[in-house]
Design a protein around this ligand. Structure first.
Ligand code: KIV
Length: 252
């Protein structure tokens, strides 16, 4: 699983072999210029889910529900989540999970909205937890294991485990029938997820558990720099990039 926030990127990500594309609320810091994910709106996620769905054929498209778009009132939560499938072409939603999302996970699953749960570090709670590794003691680890079980029982079809000790993620993976997808949770999860801009080398800063697999920022800087130089020197556009119509000579 990898994030994408637009049709072009999503098509590349799918072609490269990624099975699940998460339209993450990480768009807040990854591409929308915010410091964190909290300001991301339902409209912003919806617009980008639509783009990703249009850019892909086979990949499972998961809409990440933004801060406070779910969990306060059930009807509003269902409406916001349902919109991602009904109007934008998502196949599922992801909810940053906790005790407050068990009933909602059940309700959405009953209504035909597949739910991916998300435990461990949940960045929408940054004001309570910071971005540090979660499950710092046995009690917190046991709570995550219990919440994982409860979300599976409520109907979640998969579970993201973010920034937790690898041996906890391994035990959660063993305890569940649904697949776990790890990010900063070691190699024993059933799948892995990262943020696109971290993977390709577009991000200003990345979390310690991310790995950069390319230098797209360097490539883009070089291409745009060459374009600027070519325009400044007059070598672009060349004759090959323009069309002349003889009948239009002598107008002035
Ligand atoms: O928003 C996001 O991209 C996420 C992943 C990092 C799991 O929630």
């Amino acid at each position: 699983m990898l994030t994408a926030y637009d049709a072009v990127t999503a098509s590349i990500v799918e072609e490269a072999g990624v099975d699940v594309i998460l339209v993450g609320d990480s768009m807040g810091n990854a591409v929308l210029g915010h410091d964190d994910t909290l300001p991301v709106t339902v409209d912003e996620v919806a617009s980008r889910v639509g783009a990703v769905a249009r850019g892909t054929d086979e990949a499972l498209v998961v809409a990440d529900m933004p801060f406070l778009s779910f969990g306060a009132a059930e009807a509003e939560s269902v409406r916001n989540c349902g919109r991602m499938l009904k109007e934008e072409g998502a196949n599922a939603v992801k909810l940053e999970s906790g005790p407050h999302t068990i009933e909602l996970t059940e309700r959405l699953s009953d209504l035909g909205v597949p739910v991916m749960a998300h435990l461990g570090l949940t960045p929408q709670s940054v004001n309570q937890t910071g971005y540090t590794q979660q499950a710092g003691d046995r009690e917190e680890a046991a709570e995550i294991l219990e919440l994982a079980r409860e979300h599976e029982a409520a109907g979640a079809f998969a579970l993201v485990l973010e920034h937790v000790p690898a041996n906890l993620a391994a035990q959660v993976t063993d305890a569940l029938d649904i697949p776990t997808i790890g990010i900063g949770a070691g190699g024993d999860c059933d799948g892995q997820v990262l943020v696109f801009t971290d993977v390709v080398g577009l991000a200003d800063r990345s979390p310690p558990f991310a790995k950069q697999f390319g230098d797209v920022r360097g490539e883009v800087e070089s291409a745009v720099g060459d374009y600027v130089d070519a325009v400044a020197s007059g070598s672009f556009p060349a004759d090959a990039h323009a069309n002349t119509d003889d009948e239009l000579d002598d107008l002035y």
